[in-house]
Ligand binder design. Sequence first.
Ligand SMILES: [Zn+2]
Length: 510
Amino acid sequence: MEHPLTIYNTLDRRKEQFVPLHEPHVGMYVCGPTVYGDAHLGHARPAITFDLLFRYLTHLGYKVRYVRNITDVGHLEHDADDGEDKIAKKARLEQLEPMEVVQYYVNRYHKAMEALNVLPPSIEPHASGHIIEQIQLVKEIMENGYAYESEGSVYFDVEKYNKDYHYGKLSGRNLDDVLNTTRELDGQEEKHNPADFALWKRAQPEHIMRWPAEFKYKVGKYPDGDTTEYKQFTSIGFPGWHCECTAMGKKYLGDHFDIHGGGMDLIFPHHECEIAQSVASQGDDMVHYWMHNNMITINGQKMGKSYGNFINLDEFFNGSHKLLAQAYSPMTIRFFILQAHYRSTVDFSNEALQAAEKGLARLMDAVNGLEKITPSAASSVDAKSLRKNCYEAINDDLNTPIVIAHLFDGARMINNIIAGNDTITAEDLKDLKETFHLFCFEILGLKEENDSNEEREVAFGKVVDMLLEQRMKAKANKDWATSDQIRDELTALGFAIKDTKDGCEWKLNK
Ligand SMILES: [Zn+2]
């Protein structure tokens, strides 16, 4: 099979031809949400970016297994190795079972993703359902000598690992940089080195999510032989945050798979630690292509709870946040995100969103306009090159802004044909329709929104009311011919007209 797609591999910092390890199969893992709050823009961007990739790879004929996880345990506050578990904290504050919190926000996340027309992944594993696999990973790392026990917890020995391999190869750091930027946090005294990270944490008494685990590690060799002495210990605790993706990626996609994706904020430490865990357990990295989407700012500012600009997706959809001048539909959000290349930053502002809303409406009008075109004997437009141009752009590391620019050229072409300034043959028209449907709906994942249908229905209803008013006037003027004509034509269209003493009523018999 041909492999037309090139993607930017964060590991090599360049675009590479995408060739799967076992064609036609493609394994793709993307870090999903930590479900302790409502989905916001920071969740929408990776979901839409990798949905686009999932859709396009599928379109190219690959059989894609797309794994996107749910983090429901082990993700501590400030992404640190100490502090409270994000979900346990929410459960404590709201007096709920942790899994009640998880279920509630997973349901809401799914609803938001469905609204954004993000396809569900092939597998959506929960971290809490894969404790055994994570314990196994920690055991392997310990067995290979890259982890140590401290106060019942297990830490990854970054310094030792870095002697044999390069810790920091994904983020382009070296261990000194890491040490210089590591914050001194409480609980660091358990670690041999501030750069070390937790693989397994012993649960404090107040920690509600806890599992028993048994580990053993080598303590040395007998001087007169090759027998190794082991120390064994039991620890009731929970896995470190980075373990789940390595363990679940391996379980569902194998020791080596094609793509691992996520937001750029995950490159360090999360993905760097994933690589270290994989190399320390099995001798090499599991991932062939590392892909990362860039971040989102709001009015030029970083998004964060402390900045008061933390807008969740529901607030966008209903316009209830104070920074929003109006509601923005899920498709406006999706279109807006796709108008930027996934490796560029995106800045949300009302002006930019309103422009996206208008642009999307223009594109959808063009798609609908395609149905109004009557073909001619000759084409004065070049419809075929549109498809070629769109493919070229999407194959170039998913360059959606260029795809959309080409679709706008296509929209102008459609409008000119409708206006009678240009002509198109039946064959070219078929090709043009296919290109628009393929790129707008199948690949970019846009869809006609119900809201606009409702609005349209209201408008159509008003037109019927207007016609019936004209009929009443005609009747009052004893213009029976016009009154009958209006009634007959509406009846032929499927409307039932009933005269009442106050005027008339209508309904559509369909
Ligand atoms: Zn992850």
